[in-house]
Structures are given as C-alpha cells and as structure tokens.
Write a protein that binds this ligand. Structure first.
Ligand SMILES: [Zn+2]
Length: 100
C-alpha cells in the first residue's frame, strides 16, 4: 500500500448542472483552501448560474458536496472583507480535530 500526500482524483464538476455547458478555467475559483478541504465557486458563463462546491478529504476518500447558489463574484469580495469567521474559531476547530 502506498500513501501519498497528493490530492486524489478530485471530482470537480466540469459541466454546469443547469445547462450542461462545460466550465472554462476562468469560471472556476477557489474560495477557501484548508488541510483536507477545499471550497470552489463555479460560475457558468453560459447561463450565469453559480454553484459552490465543497471537497473534503476523509478516511473514505474525497467527499464532494455541491450547492447551487446565487452568490456573485462581487458578493465574494464582501464576504472576504468581513470577519464572518474569526481566527479563534478556526484555531478551536484545529484543536478539536487534533485531539480526535
Ligand atoms: Zn450553465
């Protein structure tokens, strides 16, 4: 058995669930990247629908959840500049994960 630190085949959606158009490279944005989890924002340039995708690495492999959203890119700038999640919350989470 070989263990590698590389990310296994990520099942990133390559097609828009609404209109089946293929996403272009510019349509895909990484919102958040942590150890073992990745948030991706997919914005279809064809039908303008948006999906947020969460990828989590766990003992069973990579789990992906996609959530249709109406968040726009402009909203992201607002989210990123606000303190919705404090550093303390993240630290607490890390401690929790470490202890288990
Ligand atoms: Zn679309």
């Amino acid at each position: 058995m070989s263990k590698s630190n590389s990310v296994p085949n990520l099942q990133i959606m390559t097609k828009c669930p609404m209109c089946s158009a293929s996403y272009k490279k510019d349509d895909i944005k990484v919102i958040n990247k942590n150890d073992g989890s990745l948030s991706i924002y997919l914005n279809c340039s064809h039908c303008k629908s948006s999906v947020v995708m969460l990828l989590m690495a766990g003992p069973m492999g990579v789990t992906s959840i996609s959530i249709p959203t109406d968040i726009t890119e402009e909203d992201f700038e607002k989210i990123n500049s606000s303190d919705a999640v404090s550093c303390d919350d993240v630290l607490e989470m890390y401690k929790f994960l470490k202890d288990n």
